[in-house]
Design a protein around this ligand. Structure first.
Ligand code: GLV
Ligand code: MG
Length: 315
């Protein structure tokens, strides 16, 4: 399946119909309706029906539609899957599974989805899985998690639960950790390696100080530099900065197109595998770097600037 656009992933409580209606109209690439931690335990059973209703009745305008169920070891998870897929299985793109600790957690969801898809006459395998890694055991096992099912579409980080589990002396998730460097660097890098090895996407988690947009941009920029596809947003004010950080700049996109064109000309017309482009040597590896940039840019709606398109057409 081609990767979906997931620059911004909006969290929305599944117990709140008004917020779900607003979420459907926002500019996030993905919305997940939450039956887990943004839903009070007493509201969880009733929230399932509200989520089904929201999935069925709103126009989600091409967004990736996801429901976060409860942890598979909880009393809620099985009924979460059953009610959501039975009620709105053809209107949900992925199930997000929180606090995944091993491949067995994913296998459980995979089998439950397969059984329901068959019973309901849905396409087998149509519903994907997003796996949240948010504790030490999950991080240790992320390699097996990333490969646990054909349905796997993302590894998603959960920094709040991770901070709690690791007993970090910090009370929020923002640029407030008293640590010389990026406290999450190892985690983010490890998740990214596992996800890329499995050929799936990797998404950073939330930034809780929702009014600190400069801090949000900085945190999102660190994930983007590691190749992350996107990051959670908790508030409409974070959406636009998030989409911006995870979209290549026009200059970089144009350069990627120029590299691709120069390399095509070098190999196909000049029959050379390594050539100069300006001050830079480019070869097959440069083509690959440029290509992933170009794919990402086009998915985000970029097109080459006029002078770049004209030069490409003339060569
Ligand atoms: C998200 O679920 C987190 O724990 O950060
Ligand atoms: Mg969490």
């Amino acid at each position: 399946m081609p990767s979906r656009l997931r620059r911004s992933v909006l969290a929305c409580p599944g117990s709140n119909p008004r917020m779900m209606e607003k979420a459907a109209a926002c500019a996030a690439d993905e919305v997940f309706l939450d039956l887990e931690d943004a839903c009070a335990p007493l509201e969880k059973p009733a929230a399932r029906g509200k989520v089904v209703e929201a999935l069925r009745s709103h126009d989600w305008q091409g967004k990736v539609r996801v429901v976060r169920i409860n942890q598979v070891t909880s009393q809620f998870a099985l009924d979460d899957i059953r009610e959501v897929v039975t009620g709105a299985g053809d209107s949900v793109d992925c199930i997000m599974v929180p606090k995944v600790r091993n491949a067995g957690d994913i296998a459980f969801v995979d089998r439950a989805l397969g059984s329901l898809e068959q019973t309901l006459g849905l396409t087998l395998g149509a519903i994907g899985i997003e796996a949240q890694v948010e504790d030490a055991l999950g991080l240790m096992n992320v390699e097996e998690i990333a490969f646990a099912s054909q349905r796997m579409e993302t590894i998603t980080y959960g920094p709040a639960d991770f901070s709690a589990g690791m007993q970090f002396p910090n009370l929020t998730v923002a640029n407030t950790y008293n640590y010389p460097g990026d406290i999450f660097h190892y985690v983010l890098f490890k998740l990214a390696v596992a996800a890329r090895a499995a050929g799936i996407q990797v998404i950073d988690g939330p930034y809780l100080l929702i009014r600190d947009i400069a801090g949000f941009r900085e945190a999102a920029g660190r994930a983007a530099a590691l190749g992350y596809d996107g990051k959670w947003v908790l508030h409409p004010g974070q959406i636009e900065p998030c989409n911006d950080v995870f979209t290549p700049s026009q200059a970089d996109f144009d350069k990627a197109v120029q590299i691709l064109e120069a390399y095509r000309h070098a190999t196909e017309v000049e029959r050379r595998g390594a050539v100069m482009l300006g001050d830079e040597m480019i070869d097959e590896a440069s083509r690959k770097m440029a290509q992933q940039f170009e794919v990402r840019g086009r998915a985000a709606g970029l097109t080459p600037s006029e002078h770049v398109a004209a030069a490409a057409a003339a060569s």
